[in-house]
Design a protein around this ligand. Structure first.
Ligand SMILES: *[C@@H]1O[C@H](CO)[C@@H](O)[C@H](O)[C@H]1NC(C)=O
Ligand SMILES: *[C@@H]1O[C@H](CO)[C@@H](O)[C@H](O)[C@H]1NC(C)=O
Ligand SMILES: *[C@@H]1O[C@H](CO)[C@@H](O)[C@H](O)[C@H]1NC(C)=O
Ligand SMILES: *[C@@H]1O[C@H](CO)[C@@H](O)[C@H](O)[C@H]1NC(C)=O
Ligand SMILES: CC(=O)N[C@H]1CO[C@H](CO)[C@@H](O)[C@@H]1O
Length: 424
């Protein structure tokens, strides 16, 4: 994800401000952003009065349903060759995942891998903020495809209006909350993801950059806001990388978890991110697994503390190439599943994806089928990415709509959609 992140961020994300045309949102400058005058004209013709900012969230059940129920692991898109057997066999109940979703990008636009985020580049993927129709996308993904989770990345700088240590900015949180409420209104679970690579303007949290207290304070405020909402999932941090001391990083993650729980969000899932861009492949060998295993709830339990792992399928694991070369089963998922089972833990693959190509359709379908077969330890997957991405972006999963009909990209239709793969 290194190359992908650097490419996207240094390339066009700095330009993809909220005020720009919803038609524009990808790297490569295929479509140019409109002139500021055009934006002002557009803004003046749009009012928020005809758009519901306050979506009524679906009242969710008191608890999230259990991981899996006995079922047939077979799916229309199952691999033709049987995947490798993990070193300890999954129970017979494996077969159905708990989550399948898509990333709804936009509030993270402008965030760089050094944890700097250009404030003006955050671009809410909502019509009322001149973005793509994120609400329509999510509604389609739930109603037509059966997805049940969305990941909603947001920059730390956006939340606190660029002032490290400040309280969360109410106006900015109101904008982000509009996306969260749009997500909740579909009945899906919603991952709040702070998209800062364990950093603020190059400084690593707890290791020369922001203090653990500053990091915890942000999470405390977010958790307080969503404390009574069981379908919120707290994604502590997107893709930490090049963290000098993984043990010290685990202490920063602990600070966030403690803050979240003490703010009243006592039962929701919290996602714990390791080093090396949360690579599923190196989660164990890199030392992240053992370090993060020490993180606990305030009562000492590990209930609902889930490891956050990412994995792409292209030759350099960057998530930038249209062609896929691996299903990651032997190198990443088999050893990870074995570790999780041995240690009584679970992981959630919150980023994966590929091009809309035959190779990616083959390999991603195989990866998803393997994850479903190991659903006792792998909760699910989230594809990258829809939201404000242009549908023509190489890893685009943004559906297009004509009238009331939405059309998915071929990879979503073939491999990610639960309506196709039967994993939920
Ligand atoms: C809101 O009203 C404006 C002005 O009439 C219109 O251009 C826009 O499409 C409307 N938005 C929605 C979501 O209906
Ligand atoms: C917070 O919101 C204000 C108002 O929309 C905006 O001008 C500002 O850029 C936002 N702050 C950040 C850091 O994005
Ligand atoms: C884990 O990966 C990071 C790269 O993000 C690297 O800096 C670190 O040295 C690795 N640690 C081990 C123990 O391999
Ligand atoms: C990071 O993970 C990738 C696979 O996802 C691996 O190829 C690379 O060697 C890892 N880097 C480090 C420093 O561990
Ligand atoms: C889960 C996921 O796919 N997240 C991605 C959403 O899109 C942003 C770019 O805007 C990526 O940085 C995230 O990693």
């Amino acid at each position: 994800m290194k190359a992908r992140s650097a490419l996207l961020v240094s390339g066009c994300f700095l330009l993809s401000a909220r005020a720009q045309s919803p038609a524009w949102g990808q790297c490569g400058g295929v479509v140019q952003p409109p002139a500021p005058q055009a934006l002002l004209a557009q803004k003046s013709t749009l009012t928020t009065s005809n758009v519901s900012l306050e979506q009524t969230p679906t009242v969710p059940p008191a608890s999230i349903p259990p991981t899996s129920s006995p079922s047939s692991p077979a799916s229309p898109s199952a691999p033709s060759s049987a995947p490798s057997t993990p070193s300890s066999t999954p129970p017979a109940s494996a077969g159905k995942l708990r989550f399948a979703g898509i990333n709804i990008s936009g509030f993270d636009f402008g965030c760089n891998t050094d944890g700097s985020c250009t404030a003006s580049a955050a671009w809410p993927p909502l019509l009322q903020y001149y973005g793509h129709d994120g609400q329509g996308q999510m509604t389609h993904f739930v109603n037509d495809d059966g997805f049940n989770v969305f990941r909603l990345p947001v920059g730390w700088q956006f939340l606190v209006n660029d002032v490290l240590g400040a309280d969360i900015d109410e106006a900015n949180l109101t904008e982000y909350d509009a996306l969260v409420q749009a997500c909740l209104s579909t009945g899906a679970s919603c991952i709040v993801d702070i998209h800062n690579y364990a950093r603020w303007n190059s400084g690593i949290i707890g290791q020369g950059g922001p203090t653990n207290d500053q990091f915890a304070a942000v999470w405390s405020q977010i958790a307080a806001k969503y404390a009574s909402e069981p379908k919120i999932i707290f994604g502590v941090m997107n893709e930490p990388h090049d963290i000098p001391d993984i043990t010290i990083w685990a202490a920063s993650v602990q600070a966030a978890v403690t803050a979240i729980r003490n703010a009243g969000a006592t039962s929701q899932l919290v996602l714990l991110p390791g080093n090396n861009w949360t690579s599923a492949e190196t989660f164990v060998s890199n030392g992240s697994a053992d370090a993060l295993s020490t993180v606990t709830n305030p009562d000492g339990s590990i209930t609902n503390l889930i490891f956050d792992v990412h994995k792409y399928l292209d030759f350099d694991n960057s998530g930038t190439n249209a062609e896929c070369t691996t299903n990651n089963i032997d190198d990443a998922w088999t050893p990870l599943a074995a570790y999780l089972r041995t240690n009584g833990r679970q992981a959630f693959n919150t980023e994966t994806g590929g091009g809309n190509t035959a190779s990616c359709i083959q390999y991603l379908c195989e990866q998803v089928a393997f994850q479903a077969q190991n659903s006792d330890v792998i909760l699910g997957y989230v594809g990258w990415a829809a939201g404000n991405f242009d549908p023509s972006y190489v890893l685009g999963e943004t559906p297009t709509n004509t009238g009331s009909t939405w059309t998915d990209t071929s990879l979503v239709a073939a491999c990610l959609s639960p309506a196709t793969n039967g994993v939920l």
